[in-house]
Design a protein around this ligand. Sequence first.
Ligand code: ZN
Length: 233
Amino acid sequence: MPGLILLAPGETTEFPTGHGRIRFRKYGRDGREFIRAAVHVEEPSVDGESRVALATLRPDAYPYAGAWLAAVAEHAPAAADHRNPEAAPASVRLLAEMTRTHANGVPRHSDGSVSWSVPGASARVWPDGRVEVQRAGCVVLAVRLEGSGWDSARVAAVADAGLRLLCAPEARHMTRTSEPSGWAWSSLWAGRSFDGASEAVCSCGWRVMAASRLGARGAAAEHVRKAVAVAPC
Ligand SMILES: [Zn+2]
């Protein structure tokens, strides 16, 4: 990633990633500068469109720009078009891994956006494809995702990546376990069967299925112990 701080106002630079290229351009001067970063897919569509995201970054965000935009490029759809994303903010929130339990439902703002927070950072997603992740109001990672290929899972991955970059250390491994489906009638066995399986999920992306919720909780606790031992923070 180029040294964004060194870029002169009006200057443009391009950086390839394994998933497409990112074009940076700096605007403004005298402490009020910012950078626009456009993420492009490898192959333009028939009408020449190749841009899938446009990010706006102020100097506070420069240290995170490389990892943030690499994540946007990684999760971007393979093709660009001029349409709006197909993601729905509430679905994005439900699919996100960097989130607390959904027990209280997913509140929606009057503009249709949905926001949530983890220790140290928060994310907000709008129906038009705007995603903002911020840390205590100072570092803001803002991007507008463009194209109908952006489904809820892809947008959730982008929000997750931003939250992982800005969250407090204790938010890097927040685990939760799923409710087992329990007793169910089975036509196959002509009777009731019990499904006690539970999935343990961590905010870092780790997940595992266990035969019981107790087992899932144990696996989650073990994961956090190991993760913290490897990377103390
Ligand atoms: Zn974890």
